[in-house]
Design a protein around this ligand. Structure first.
Ligand SMILES: O=C(O)COP(=O)(O)O
Ligand SMILES: [Mg+2]
Length: 230
């Protein structure tokens, strides 16, 4: 289906949240370090927490424990995970801000007739809460979290991408993200993936493997326009 009247090559753009739309490491890092402190582990510097993000809060905690002395027993892990989430939920928008240029790029895409959606591995409820607190929620036609479609449907599974595309009325879609979870989900859904160099990477940046990599939101539209021919 070709919906937009302009020659813009996409009808739908799907966005990752953490490390793509918003610099949430500023509030995720204190939540991780709160959980680590309960286990008498040393804090992980904020600049290093960003590399632990991806696959949801529990995956992040698992990596943080691994980096500070090793895993803990399953029941303790569940307690620490609950502590991390409670801390994060209480401070979700204390310091988190959209990256520079986000709103201008989203405005322009909307003007071009694109439907916009969020596909994040963050749980849906905090994702919606954060987007609302940052006054971004109303821009999206669909918001999917890592838990929305049940276990096993977080990225890199393509299920939430397909669901968001359907909610947006179908059409030509691209994924914009920052990690291999985003690139692999896009590959699995057979759509192009654009990544941000500044994002939270679970592998060295040169190994992300998307179709294009950009440094700033003002590069997004020209990159979307060129990505199918590059
Ligand atoms: O919660 C995570 O692990 C990552 O969230 P994201 O998918 O928005 O980057
Ligand atoms: Mg991300």
């Amino acid at each position: 289906m070709t919906r937009n009247a302009t020659s813009f090559p996409f009808d739908i753009v799907l966005f990752d949240l953490d490390g793509t739309l918003v610099d949430s490491n500023r509030d995720l890092a204190p939540a991780v370090n709160h959980a680590l402190s309960l286990e008498d582990r040393p804090p992980v510097p904020e600049a290093e927490v960003r590399n632990l993000i991806g696959g949801g809060a529990f995956a992040m905690l698992e990596r943080a424990l691994q980096a500070t002395g090793g895993p803990v027993a399953q029941t303790r892990f569940a307690e620490l995970g609950a502590e991390l989430l409670a801390h994060y939920r209480a401070h979700i928008a204390d310091n988190t801000v959209p990256f520079e240029g986000v709103t201008a790029a989203l405005d322009r895409l909307a003007q071009l007739g694109c439907k916009l959606a969020v596909c994040t591995n963050k749980a849906e409820e905090p994702a919606r809460d954060l987007l609302a607190k940052l006054d971004l929620a109303g821009r999206f036609d669909a918001i999917y979290g890592g838990d929305t479609l049940g276990p096993g449907n977080a990225k890199p599974d393509p299920a939430m991408l397909y669901a968001a595309i359907a909610d947006c009325g179908g059409g030509r879609a691209a994924m914009v993200g920052d990690s291999t979870y985003d690139v692999r989900a896009a590959r699995n859904a057979n759509i192009p993936a654009i990544t941000f160099r500044y994002g939270y990477h679970d592998v060295p940046v040169e190994e992300l493997g998307g179709d294009a990599m950009i440094d700033h939101w003002n590069e997004l539209l020209p990159t979307l326009e060129g990505v199918l021919t590059s």
